[in-house]
Design a protein around this ligand. Structure first.
Ligand code: AMP
Ligand code: GLY
Length: 425
């Protein structure tokens, strides 16, 4: 089949990387792709979704996979379906799970899914009353999409109140902050769990753990994610069962009853508190950088799974993962990430002569572009992800860092402790 991948990051690169090796896939297009995806397929520069759908029809594309949340929230799936195309991702209505935190929290409440106690409001007085009833720290979230920046963990009631004020006035996040969610702080460890859904059935993928903070030891500001590993030993069968019974099943049932059956990947951000899972947030797409590790763990065809999910036939898909294999991904970011953009810098990758490393690692390119001479430049915040595979997390991690040492660009930085929670003893 021919596949179109919408997006331009490391997540989309890694989906393309898996599909490029997939015997079910002939040709891959990326819209718009980045400076490295053109080595896996063809980059297409069409921004308008109707025009892109026309292109997909003309080219006879069999499956479109949507990487990022913005096109989903904008309704790209509905548009492609109107054109009679097969596309993997949720409808505009269901994508509100990520597009609006108020919508998401209200769904969780309605469907009885465990989550932090909260209120949603556009009134400062109401927010202040609730803030006074909580103990610190207190979490304040802007309703709309804020590129991962709309969550404030306030250490004092005053800080929480100031955050609410900033959001409601439009100063902090514009329209996205016109409503806020204030909620209690959950103290535990975070997991990313992905369920591939076809509107009726679902398949749960091995759980991942991301590292959101910029610096080692989970210090510094929140980022889009500085590295991840899969599967994490922090999940056992009992916890998977709780997540399915208390979270995935009621959510899918509720969305279906509310006329928004969920197709695509449901990304469940979970906080585990004393062995009990709580939903922090839903996202309506694969995590980035979690996807970069997941994509190299499939034994079965990724294209087949995505196609069957998109066409309501997931029950016929055989989804298998490589036995006894772990993947660790280390993000190499540019100098000023996540504060501001950095000067473009040339990326040099040493020739990798070590057979073991060659066979058990890869680079997922994200914030990169090519100059007129075809040189690869670091032009984004998160530039690339070095992914190592291995029969233990330690081996996979060692390979990821060995690879990271062979990649150079001015200002390169990374966390040195990815997967530390799994390697404590
Ligand atoms: P979100 O975009 O809602 O996932 O929030 C971003 C990050 O803020 C999460 O990955 C958590 O690390 C943190 N966070 C969000 N909500 C809470 C909460 N209720 N308690 C503790 N940490 C939270
Ligand atoms: N890695 C977290 C995210 O994709 O939102």
């Amino acid at each position: 089949m021919d596949v179109l991948i919408i997006g331009s990051g490391g997540r989309e690169y890694s989906i393309g990387y898996a599909l490029n090796k997939d015997e079910n896939v002939d040709k891959i297009y990326f819209a718009p792709g980045n400076g490295a995806t053109d080595e896996l397929g063809e980059n297409v520069n069409i921004k308008d979704y109707n025009e892109l759908a026309k292109f997909a029809k003309e080219k006879g594309i069999d499956l479109t996979v949507v990487g990022p949340e913005a096109p989903l929230v904008d309704g790209v799936v509905d548009i492609f379906k109107e054109h009679g195309l097969t596309i993997f991702g949720p409808s505009k209505a269901a994508a509100q799970l990520e597009g609006s935190k108020v919508f998401m929290k209200n769904c969780l409440k309605k469907y009885g899914v465990p989550t932090a106690r909260y209120i949603e409001t556009d009134s400062l007085e109401e927010a202040a009353e609730f803030i006074n009833s909580l103990s610190e720290p207190i979490v304040v979230k802007a309703d709309g999409l804020c590129a991962g920046k709309g969550v404030i963990i306030a250490q004092s009631k005053q800080e929480a109140l100031d955050a609410v004020k900033g959001m409601l006035s439009g100063e902090s996040f514009g329209e996205a902050g016109s409503k806020v969610v204030v909620e209690e702080y959950l103290d535990g460890y975070e997991l990313s769990i992905f369920a591939v859904c076809d509107g009726k059935d679902y398949v749960v993928l091995p759980a991942a753990q991301d590292h959101k903070r910029l610096l080692d030891g989970d210090q510094g500001p929140n980022t889009g994610g500085m590295g991840a590993y899969v599967p994490t030993p922090l999940v056992n069968d009992e916890l998977y069962k709780k997540v399915e019974d208390r979270i995935i099943k009621p959510t899918l049932k509720g969305l279906e009853e509310d006329g928004m059956p969920y197709t695509g990947v449901l990304f469940i951000g979970i906080m585990v508190v004393n062995g009990e899972p709580y939903v922090l947030e839903y996202n309506v797409r694969f995590g980035d950088p979690e996807c970069e590790e997941l994509m190299v763990l499939f034994e079965s065809s990724v294209a087949d799974m995505l196609y069957k999910a998109a066409t309501g036939n997931l029950k016929d898909a055989e989804v298998k993962f490589k036995d006894n294999t772990y993947a660790v991904g280390v993000v190499l970011a540019s100098k000023n990430y996540p504060y501001s953009s950095s000067e473009p810098a040339e990326i040099i990758v040493d020739e990798i002569v070590h057979e073991d490393l060659k066979n058990n690692s890869y680079i997922a390119y994200a914030g990169v572009s090519k100059d007129e001479d075809g040189k690869l430049l670091a032009t984004g915040g998160r530039v690339l992800v070095c992914v190592g595979l291995g029969s233990s997390i330690r081996k996979a991690r060692d390979r990821a860092y060995m690879l990271a040492g062979q990649v150079h660009f001015a200002g390169k930085k990374c966390r040195m402790d990815i997967a530390y929670q799994a390697l404590k003893d």
